[in-house]
Write a protein that binds this ligand. Structure first.
Ligand SMILES: Cc1ncc(COP(=O)(O)O)c(C=O)c1O
Length: 379
């Protein structure tokens, strides 16, 4: 049996998304920039997809800029804040995705940006009083805080932070790559400057996503070239990816509450089962359903000899999970997120992440394999 519990790294594509993309691949191949019939037909697909996405988020289609995914969208938001909005300082945390953290470090070097780190607690929650303290200085600032942490699931109170940013006249970017397609967004209500999306995190294709830019703001291009995306992102559009992204969004928001309830029940079952098996088990980050991303559970197992081979043995048994995030696991470096919350790195850890396609049978199989690793008697 093979069980995929690494949905925070990426998700399998929904059959309906594959169908939508392949049907367009078979019938439409024009370049959206061409003015003839072939081009116009494909341009219409791109613009319909943009409208679909905007309607799910309650924003204007002109506020959506298609990108190659989350990393590019995060880069564009951060660079734009500096080049187009005059930001001189970025406030963020040590536990952002590298798409944000490494970009701020690069801007520190290339643009002499000041990088202030707001305090977080042991579960990865941002210290909002400290954020206000930092903001209470007269420096043009962008606050960049992720909506949900991809490793430890901790959720940011987005509206509360956006209100604080408005109070101090700071711009606010949130990396919503893990929450887009999993939570509802009302961008009129939220009043945020930038959010980001990667389709492959909610059963869409890889290599496609978007940056939302509040229409109050100017943006700067990351990729120079043709006039695509109103001159903001050169290069022929990833038409099939964009069609797949819009379809994935339709499917995600069609029954958001149903998916949420199903996935949260699997996560709660796993927490209860593991807690019953290991009296000294801990969970990294937040597990309170109201303050934690329901698709992610980061488990801190007891320190035993057996646990050292946890991920390797689970893989041999057909259970795919990850330690830390997939982007850094190949580099064999410890997780900067676990380090950031001062977790006990000597204990074996595994991130289990679920999707609407995950079944209870799969969770039971994974739990049985965990028991094998730790030599706990099977039922
Ligand atoms: C929180 C977060 N931000 C950004 C990214 C990068 O997205 P992409 O892989 O589409 O570039 C990821 C992907 O793992 C992520 O989890």
């Amino acid at each position: 049996m093979h069980v995929y519990l690494d949905n925070a790294a990426t998700t399998p594509m929904a059959p309906e998304v594959i169908e939508a993309m392949t049907s367009v691949m078979k019938s439409d191949f024009g370049n959206p920039s061409s003015s003839h019939f072939y081009g116009r037909q494909v341009k219409a697909l791109v613009e319909t997809s943009r409208r679909t996405i905007a309607s799910h988020l309650n924003c204007s289609p002109s506020e959506i800029i298609f990108t190659s995914g989350g990393t590019e969208a995060d880069n564009m938001a951060l660079l734009s804040s500096v080049n187009a909005l005059g930001v001189k300082r970025i406030i963020s945390t040590t536990i952002e995705h590298h798409a944000v953290g490494h970009t701020i470090e690069a801007l520190e070097k290339s643009h002499s940006i000041r990088y202030d780190k707001v305090k977080i607690d042991k579960k990865g929650h941002v210290d909002l009083a400290h954020l206000e303290e930092l903001l209470d200085q007269n420096i043009p600032t962008l606050v960049s805080l992720m909506h949900a942490n991809n490793e430890i699931a901790t959720l940011l109170p987005l509206k509360q932070v956006s209100d604080i940013c408005r109070k101090y006249n700071a711009y606010f970017h949130s990396d919503t790559v893990q929450t887009m397609g999993h939570y509802a967004f009302d961008l009129k209500e939220l009043d945020i400057d930038f959010i980001t999306c990667a389709a492959h995190k909610f059963h869409g294709p890889k290599g496609t996503g978007f940056l939302y830019v509040n229409k109050k703001n100017k943006v700067d291009s990351l990729i120079h070239g043709g006039a695509q995306e109103r001159g903001l992102r050169g290069g022929t559009e990833n038409v099939y990816g964009i069609v797949g992204l819009a379809k994935a969004m339709d499917l995600a928001y069609e029954d958001l509450q149903g998916h949420h309830t199903h996935v949260q029940s699997l996560k709660s079952f796993m927490i209860e089962s593991l807690s019953a098996l290991f009296p000294t088990i801990d969970f990294h980050g937040e597990t309170d359903p109201n303050r934690s991303l329901y698709t992610v559970l980061n488990v801190c197992f007891p320190k035993t000899e057996k646990g050292g081979m946890l991920l390797f043995t689970l893989d041999l048994k057909g259970v795919a999970v990850s330690g830390g995030s997939a982007c850094s696991s190949g580099a064999n470096k410890g997780s900067h997120v676990l380090e950031g919350i001062q977790a006990d790195m000597t204990r074996p850890n595994a991130r289990f992440s679920f999707s609407r396609y995950t079944t209870k049978e799969e969770i039971n199989y994974a739990l049985d394999q965990v028991k094998h690793v730790f030599e706990i008697n099977l039922r």
